[in-house]
Write a protein that binds this ligand. Structure first.
Ligand code: B12
Length: 305
């Protein structure tokens, strides 16, 4: 179960911090715990309950009457009224819509304030997958439809990259742990997903060598020869032609590192699955598989010690 500080609860529910505090004191409906720093931590249930109360008030209900039902009854009604909807997902969709609305007509100040706000209220990894990567995809879609121009798409891409780099820079420099090289293949300029992969590796304690877009095989070989990584992860957002993919796989497995220490991911890699499968390179289907792989790698690295 997630816990949330009051400013995040306010964002997630649309209620002000003052109202949340008053309802907590007066009606005793919320059960926050206290963290080591004495801040109140609210549970997902608290947030669900507050969202339900807000909906009821918006529909004309009175807080006095509703509070008489008690926490358990209200929670039951909240669950029954929104059985399939994750309120966090809803919030991300709302934040995304709000962000996109500032692009046309373009308002830099509001866009940046909203982006900062959205990223600040949830743990960064949630923001990365709930807001930053979907934002990138949706802006791409708008660009494709001719609703935003290339310059604006570049601006948003750079904003997203800055956020990921700055989150990574706040992490301590890893001195121990599995060594992981993250790179895009030659000619691949789409490096946002590779950056997200690098961030996840960093957060899980790996020593990460993030090389980014368009890395020539000869350089990668040279680099891996010096670093001797436990794992090299290549991001393939786009698929290559069969001939190019076959050549690349041969070069990777013969020159760079043994296939057992290579992993690939991304829409392109999935589309080239048959070529990778024949080479024993590991296919990471999604970020959950990446996490499992990293857990195993970190355990091995710790036991080596
Ligand atoms: C931003 C962008 C760019 C930027 C990239 C900036 C950057 N630093 O990344 C720039 C301007 C450089 C660019 C250039 C080009 N682009 Co472009 N670009 C996009 C755009 C708008 C977003 C791509 C993106 O970042 N998506 C978000 C990320 C998170 O998604 P992703 O990379 O696919 O990764 C996901 C998965 O693949 C997976 N994943 C990826 N790697 C890994 C690794 C692991 C281990 C795991 C677990 C998962 C994983 O995780 C992600 C989340 O689901 C898309 C349009 C769109 N709607 O997507 C077009 C798009 C990808 N680009 C396209 C094209 C054609 C180009 C150009 C050829 C255009 C040109 N004519 O010059 C060039 C050259 C690209 C090259 N040689 O690599 C096409 C590709 C069409 C195709 N399928 O072949 C697209 C789809 C636009 C379109 N509809 O035409 N582009």
């Amino acid at each position: 179960m997630n816990t949330h500080r009051i400013h995040r609860v306010a964002k997630l529910t649309g209620l002000s911090k003052d109202v949340i505090r008053v309802w907590e004191r007066r009606f005793g409906l919320l059960k926050p715990t206290r963290g080591a720093n004495r801040y109140r931590n609210y549970s997902d249930e608290d947030v669900a309950l507050l969202r339900f109360l807000k909906e009821q008030l918006d529909a004309g209900g009175s807080i006095g009457e509703l509070s008489k039902l008690g926490r358990e009854e209200l929670l039951g009604r909240a669950r029954a009224s929104a059985p399939h909807v994750s309120f966090v997902d809803n919030t991300f969709s709302r934040l995304l819509r709000e962000l996109l609305s500032t692009l046309n007509p373009f308002d830099r100040v509001i866009f940046e304030k909203r982006l900062n706000g959205a990223v600040a209220v949830v743990p960064f990894e949630e923001a990365l997958h709930g807001i930053l990567l979907p934002l990138q995809e949706q802006v791409g879609q708008l660009w494709h439809e001719g609703q935003v121009n290339v310059a604006l798409e570049h601006y948003v891409t750079k904003q997203i990259q800055q956020k990921i780099f700055s989150a990574m820079n706040q992490l301590p420099v890893a001195e121990f742990g599995a060594k992981v090289v993250v790179a895009c293949p030659p000619g691949e300029e789409h490096d946002i997903a590779a950056l997200a992969v690098a961030y996840r590796c960093r957060v899980r304690g790996c020593r990460v060598y993030y090389l980014g877009a368009n890395v020539p095989i000869a350089s990668l070989t040279n680099f891996c020869g010096k670093v001797n990584p436990d794992l090299t992860i290549m991001s393939f957002p786009l698929a290559l032609s069969e001939v190019n993919a076959t050549e690349l796989v041969q070069a990777l497995t013969h020159e760079v590192v043994p296939a057992s220490r290579l992993a690939v991911g991304g829409h392109g890699a999935l589309a080239m699955r048959n070529i990778f499968n024949g080479s024993h390179i590991e296919m990471l289907e999604d970020f959950a598989e990446l996490d499992h792989k990293l857990d195993r790698l970190m355990r091995q690295s710790l036991s080596r010690g």
